[in-house]
Ligand binder design. Structure first.
Ligand code: NAD
Ligand code: MG
Length: 396
């Protein structure tokens, strides 16, 4: 029986993870659940899975959860705060950690799970973007296995040779073909993009996801973050990762070998497939996902991304090439820009423009340790917020 902690359990990936876990009560026991502030959703999950521990970041929500659990006679202990989250990720009572918190907030717990030698299912791509080599080193030293959940990276993982070592370029691989759906604005002009609302940006044509990653998918920054993620996980140079737009989202990515063979992983666009793959790895377990009907799908189209309409992809590629603290600064500026867009304080085209401004001011440094990364994160957030404030004052 594997003991699983689901960090970010109330989010899109967290809910899909619990759906898969609920299908295999004979194989997995949910021992810990964690979320930010959504106490009522966490209460329902605790009543269903009866974990030993539940962690919330918001104190009032944690108190309400505690009351709800006691009233229902559920023995789950409630903890609160970032240290409790890290302790939960590293706990001796946990074998598998689903790292599904959104944003830089997921970095410390993902790192803690890697250091503690867990099987870490990495959905939190921001931690790989910010601190990829630190995370890979920590996993190696701690004896942890990192299994990617991002559908593209999970597909690549499945197409790689079985001798794959995280962070090391596998022999015989020529390049990675990273597929992108193109998001909701694949055919939109820049003029149309200037006026889009958060609701339009979050209405992804193929995937139902949290709001931050949905906006990232609409700007194609998601593909840019994934490019960095692919370099980190598979030890590839950025030039060996080619982005291909594939609107049907059926081919989840491909690996090309030096002999010209291309291996692809296909499936319905449902995150329960990569989640079940990573949970069961190296075995296979059922996910609840329907068979893919290729005859009904009929067509698989591929095209080049448009870097003029989607400048975020180019910004991410530059950060991948620069290395050091550039990806951490890029990620931080993007988080500030996306949050401002979702709150109505920045228009859609302002997202890449703000990130570009921050990256132009960024004096890149080598990332020697976590402090360098956190410093670049703080610096980029502060500058992005200052520029937003300045723009608001000038606009007022
Ligand atoms: P979401 O917004 O739906 O859920 C985020 C979860 O993280 C929630 O449970 C929330 O309570 C929790 N959380 C947020 N801040 C926290 C904090 N400071 N401390 C503790 N918990 C916190 O997001 P999502 O779509 O599920 O995405 C989660 C991660 O997975 C992201 O990094 C995203 O890029 C990645 N991912 C998601 C998908 C998808 O299909 N949704 C696909 C690939 C990768
Ligand atoms: Mg993805």
């Amino acid at each position: 029986m594997k003991r699983v902690a689901v960090l970010g359990s109330t989010g899109s990936i967290g809910v899909s993870t619990l759906d898969v876990l609920g299908r295999h009560p004979d194989r997995y026991r949910v021992t810990a659940l964690a979320a930010a502030s959504n106490g009522s959703a966490l209460l329902q999950q605790c009543l269903r899975f009866r974990p030993a521990i539940a962690v919330l970041q918001e104190a009032t929500a944690a108190q309400a959860l505690e009351h709800g659990l006691r009233a229902a006679g559920c023995p789950t202990e409630v903890h609160c705060g970032p240290e409790a989250l890290d302790a939960c990720a590293a706990s001796a009572d946990v074998d598998v950690v689903m790292a599904a918190i959104v944003g830089a907030a997921g970095l410390p717990s993902t790192l803690a799970a890697a250091r503690a030698g867990k099987q870490v299912l990495v959905a939190n791509k921001e931690s790989l973007v910010m601190a990829g080599s630190l995370l890979v080193d920590a996993a190696r030293r701690g004896g942890a296995v990192l299994v990617p959940i991002d559908s593209e990276h999970n597909a690549i993982f499945q197409c790689m040779p079985h001798t794959l070592r995280t962070g090391a370029a596998p022999a015989g691989v020529r390049r990675i073909l990273l597929t992108a759906s193109g998001g909701p604005f694949l055919r939109a002009t820049r003029e149309q993009m200037a006026d889009v609302t958060p609701e339009q940006a979050c209405a992804h044509p193929r995937w139902r996801m949290g709001r931050k990653i949905s906006v990232d998918s609409a700007t194609l920054m998601n593909k840019g973050l994934e490019l960095i993620e692919a370099c980190v996980l598979f030890g590839m140079e950025p030039s060996a990762v080619k982005v291909v737009v594939h609107p049907q989202s059926i081919v989840h990515s491909m690996v090309e070998y030096v002999d010209g063979s291309i291996l692809a992983q296909l499936g319905n666009p449902d995150m329960r497939t990569p989640i079940a793959h990573a949970l069961g790895w190296p075995e296979r377990i059922a996910s609840g996902v329907e068979s893919l009907d290729l005859v009904a799908a009929a067509r698989l189209d591929f095209e080049a991304p448009d870097l003029v309409r989607f400048p975020a992809l180019g910004l991410a590629r530059s950060a991948a090439e620069a290395g050091g603290t550039a990806p951490a600064a890029l990620n931080a500026a993007n988080e500030v820009a996306v949050a401002a867009f979702l709150e109505g304080g920045l228009d859609f085209l302002g997202i890449p423009a703000l990130i570009d401004g921050v990256m132009q001011a960024h004096g890149n440094e080598p990332a020697r340790g976590i402090e360098d990364i956190l410093e670049a994160d703080r610096w980029a957030r502060a500058l992005a917020l200052a520029r937003l404030g300045q723009a608001a004052r000038e606009g007022a």
